[in-house]
Design a protein around this ligand. Structure first.
Ligand code: KIV
Length: 272
């Protein structure tokens, strides 16, 4: 039986807050293109994230830093053309919102206007408060992102679990309260101890969606290519693979190559 709540014909930022109040967990996955977004949306996902992880997954960069605003808009508009139900949130890429609030607003407006997305996501806490405020004042919903924030990878130096020490945990709790206070509609918490994530989720009324943040939060997000097993070199503890597409696809491609080489494809029935 499907776990999709049919009461929601279209997911809005308000639906997510209602889900939290009703104790219904929020499902979120990434998509960067039309075909994947159509399948993910058709399956009944609540939120599609056009993540800047496209920089790694789609473009093969080592980090999320190189992806541009134009590229994010291209991915987001492909996703938007596919969806009927999900809320589509788009990452503001590195370098488009950190320098000043006016630039942040211009970047967010370009995403909303040129892609048709429903909200933006931004990494960081108090250091980007004014930018978040300005974007919210323009009527653009903002999802926060705390914990492991991949755009700051060169500051952290590693992709290991964040906020294990009291000082960083306290700052994270303060930042989460600030994000709620300024008006963010949700927060992503990435790769932090489950106990801390649960504490944060209980301390705010807006939904907290985790990735590597345990099950005491209001929802979960994974990178679709990882959970489908299309990527196979990335093996964090939090990742559950629902398929092993890397090996299934490799077998299919090998079979195709064999069929072409052996003149088994196309058959008589497969030609005009
Ligand atoms: O870019 C992304 O895919 C993300 C998720 C990991 C939350 O930010």
């Amino acid at each position: 039986m499907s776990a999709v709540n049919k009461e929601y014909k279209r997911i809005t930022t308000k639906s997510l807050v209602d889900m939290k109040s009703n104790g219904e967990k929020i499902s979120m996955l990434t998509a960067y293109d039309y075909t994947m977004a159509k399948i993910v949306d058709g399956s009944g996902i609540d939120v599609i994230l056009v993540g800047d992880s496209a920089s790694n997954v789609m473009a093969g960069h080592e980090t999320t830093l190189p992806i541009t605003l134009d590229q994010m808009i291209y991915h987001a508009s492909s996703v938007i053309r596919a969806i009927e139900r999900a809320l589509v949130v788009v990452d503001l890429p590195f370098g488009t919102y950190q320098s000043d609030p006016k630039e942040a607003l211009r970047s967010a407006i370009r995403i909303m206007k040129e892609s048709g997305a429903h909200a933006v996501k931004m990494e960081g806490g108090k250091e980007i408060r004014e930018s978040i405020r300005r974007i919210l004042n323009a009527g653009i919903p903002v999802m926060g992102h705390l914990g492991l924030t991949p755009q700051s990878i060169y500051k952290f130096g590693t992709y290991t679990v964040r906020a294990k020490e009291d000082q960083e945990a306290d700052q994270l709790k303060e930042d989460a309260l600030m994000l709620e206070k300024v008006g963010c509609f949700a927060i992503v918490l990435e790769k932090i101890p489950a106990k801390l994530a649960n504490e944060v989720a209980k301390s705010v009324t807006i939904p907290v969606i985790g990735i590597g943040a345990g099950n005491g939060v209001d929802g979960q997000v994974l990178v679709t290519h990882d959970m489908l097993g299309m990527t196979h070199e990335f093996n964090p503890r939090f990742l559950r693979r629902y398929l092993d597409l890397y090996h299934s696809m490799t077998s299919a491609f090998e079979q195709y190559i064999k069929d072409v080489k052996n003149l088994d494809f196309p058959s008589d029935e497969e030609q005009y």
